[in-house]
Unconditional design. Structure first.
Length: 501
């Protein structure tokens, strides 16, 4: 049997109901100043927006060679579904680092921190023409009236009832890190805030949030000093008032860190992060019910490389998790019981790292990361099929993609319900006036645009055309037998179905 490669244009016309999932591995590089281009991009946030993706992060770019000077700034831009930068959508903000981007009626909702005059969290809304709709800067005071020394906002979230919720952290010279959650109205005015955590000097950090039933908010992050030095936490707050409804802490005497979370269709939560044991680190995945009670927990990896978990997407039959493995970007899928279904790495010439993953706007998945490219370290957007593959224009598999084996090991976590998990602090949002400026980005193809088409059995059976190419039928990969009118559909567990036309 012959592995299919391309779907002919005649079939595209004959099968109008069929959809294509595109794939590519594309890099993005700031190129505003002098050659040779020397810059480092740190992408951390991606958002699917229907016709493409918003991408944000920070960069350092050499401005002059003599004397050697560099610019540090935040960057945000939009690409279409094929990964092309939308002209005029790219903007930079000097002295700022963006940590997250969300879509607000076609505008950018941005979260991060500013370095001038000190490190303070920032939130802002900006349209795709670079006009700032509103912007605020955090000011936090401790119970002793000592000011914080630095804080940052990690994630923002538009809410179904209007306005936004944000999470992040504050740091002072008295009691280290504190997790912070706050809500604003649609123009950035503060409605309420809560500080979460304990009194351990190891501190607490909020890393992700989601809106759940009843308009409440689920928040996850890192808690210090409850079970071990560092544990993961999950808290649920009343979305209207910010009152803490409950919290759970998950840990061992090693180190557990939670960076991402999504609500699950059964009313529970899936939590993703790292588990550090000695010098080794594996991806940690925790499944809970709707009250935070532990259902299962596993770590994924092996001793030959460090694995990190940074993002998760919920799909109908499991969870897709992004991160890093050694010097490669990692993406893998587990089923609803935590068994590994497939695992892929995306490999460049140097040290690469994966970050957030979202569902692809045309199917599959879109994940961002850092791609090492000689003198430059570029932002990378990897668009995959539902099984993590990236196809070439000819239908083959991208040479930068590899199958990997991940072991799954149960983790025996201690679960605590803290008697107290709120702290007394004061948060104020101050006016802030950033000055975005247009920026130029160059893109490059590690794996050029490819794709796969998905048909229904009816479309395949009724079409009068010969069907060639990379395609699936009802989600099952198809092979055509001897270029005839017999097609074999491969099942996920080895089963087969024959279609004769």
């Amino acid at each position: 049997m012959k592995r299919l490669t391309l779907l002919s244009l005649s079939v595209l016309a004959a099968l109008p109901l069929m959809g294509q999932t595109v794939t590519y591995l594309r890099t993005y590089d700031m190129n505003n100043y002098v050659p040779p281009d020397v810059s480092v991009e740190f992408p951390v946030g991606v958002e699917g927006v229907g016709d493409g993706y918003y991408i944000t992060g920070a960069f350092v770019e050499v401005v002059n060679l003599t004397p050697l000077t560099a610019e540090t700034a935040a960057v945000v831009f939009k690409v279409d579904k094929d990964g092309n930068v939308v002209p005029g959508s790219g903007y930079k903000v000097a002295g700022v680092t963006f940590m997250d981007v969300r879509d607000v009626f076609g505008n950018y909702l941005l979260s991060g921190l500013t370095l001038d005059p000190d490190t303070s969290g920032v939130i802002m809304e900006m349209d795709l023409l670079g006009n700032v709709v509103w912007a605020r800067k955090l000011s936090i005071t401790m119970s002793s009236s000592s000011p914080d020394t630095r804080d940052k906002v990690i994630e923002g979230l538009p809410l179904s009832s209007g306005g936004y919720a944000f999470v992040g952290e504050s740091v002072d010279d008295v009691s280290a890190f504190d997790a912070v959650v706050f809500r604003t109205d649609a123009t950035g005015n503060l409605l309420w805030y809560r500080f979460l955590g304990g009194t351990s000097p190891y501190g607490d950090k909020a890393r992700d949030l989601a809106e759940i039933s009843g308009g409440n908010l689920a928040v996850v992050g890192i808690a210090g000093g409850f079970v071990g030095q560092y544990d993961g936490f999950l808290s649920v707050l009343d979305g209207a008032t910010g009152n803490l409804l409950w919290s759970k802490v998950y840990g061992t005497f090693d180190g557990e860190y939670i960076f991402a979370m999504e609500p699950t269709p059964d009313g529970g939560f899936i939590l993703v992060g790292d588990r550090m044991v000695g010098a080794d680190t594996n991806v940690l995945v925790i499944k809970t019910d709707g009250s935070g009670n532990l259902q299962w927990s596993y770590e994924y990896g092996d001793a030959s490389a460090k694995e990190l978990g940074r993002g998760v997407v919920v799909v109908s039959d499991g969870y897709v998790i992004s991160g890093s493995r050694g010097t490669s970007i990692l993406l893998f899928k587990i089923d609803l019981s935590g068994d590994v279904v497939w695992a892929k790495t995306y490999n460049g010439s140097g040290t690469n790292a994966g970050s957030e993953v979202v569902a692809g706007v045309d199917g599959g998945f879109a994940l961002i990361g850092v791609w090492n490219a000689g003198l430059s370290q570029d932002a990378a957007l990897i668009k995959t099929l539902n099984d993590g593959r990236v196809l070439t224009t000819g239908g083959g598999t991208c040479a930068s993609v590899s199958d990997v084996a991940l072991s799954r090991v149960p983790v025996s976590l201690t679960v605590q319900t803290p008697a107290s998990f709120t702290l007394s602090r004061t948060l104020t949002l101050l006016p802030y006036s950033p000055t975005p400026s247009p920026t130029s980005l160059a893109s490059g193809d590690i794996c050029p645009l490819g794709g796969e088409y998905d048909l229904s059995v009816g479309e395949l059976s009724q079409s009068g055309e010969e069907v060639d190419g990379a395609f699936t039928v009802d989600g099952r990969r198809a092979e055509r037998v001897n270029r005839g009118r017999v097609y074999i559909l491969k099942g996920k567990k080895g089963g087969r179905k024959v279609i004769r036309r």
